[in-house]
Design a protein around this ligand. Structure first.
Ligand code: URA
Length: 186
């Protein structure tokens, strides 16, 4: 039987399937509009997200907010989630087995929200959701049809903090996300 959004969120917040549940402060389930046409999927919570329980609210999140604002996509109009719902210690990359144990929560979110578009924030979610050999430098901003969803990946905002030269490409990709989104507005 399919869970409601609230049931799925409760189940996720009580999850003890992997060891990240022992070191987390808060589960970061996701936030935003449950009827969104556009969903963003990042990697895993960082320190500020772990403390607040909200995705993309730290330094990278603040930068991401600027791009949403630049292309006139209100943050409240979209849904934002991560591959992993708990913070990996010292922000290390999520392990494949952690992703395997957590992916059903994301699948459940997508099933219930039914977005038209899913945009991966960074390589990790693109490799899991678009294709295993996804190359972020070569393939960012390219649209893929995956079943009922239009998907693409953009640079992860943390990468932009480390390599500001990529910011120009990020703006172009976010403009493309906005143009695509306009196709679904009526
Ligand atoms: N990086 C992510 O991938 N997700 C967050 O929520 C914050 C930083």
């Amino acid at each position: 039987m399919e869970l409601t959004f609230e049931e799925l969120e409760k189940k996720c917040k009580e999850c003890r399937a992997c060891s990240l549940s022992e070191t987390r402060t808060k589960v970061v389930f996701g936030s935003g509009n449950k009827n969104a046409k556009l969903m963003f999927v990042g990697e895993a919570p960082g320190e500020t997200e772990d403390l607040t329980g909200i995705p993309f609210v730290g330094r990278a999140g603040k930068l991401f907010d600027k791009y949403l604002e630049a292309v006139d996509i209100p943050r409240e109009s979209v849904y934002i989630a991560n591959m992993l719902k708990c913070r990996p210690p010292k922000n290390r990359d999520p392990k494949p087995e952690e992703q395997d144990m957590c992916i059903d929560f994301l699948r459940g979110q997508v099933k219930l929200i039914k977005p038209k578009m899913i945009v991966c924030l960074g390589r990790i979610s693109a490799m899991r959701l678009i294709k295993p050999d996804f190359k972020i430098t070569a393939e960012h901003g390219i649209w893929f049809n995956k079943g009922a969803y239009k998907m693409c990946a953009v640079y992860h905002p943390s990468l932009l903090l480390r390599d500001p030269r990529k910011k120009e490409d990020m703006l172009k990709d976010m403009q493309s996300v906005k143009s695509e989104l306009l196709k679904y507005e009526n």
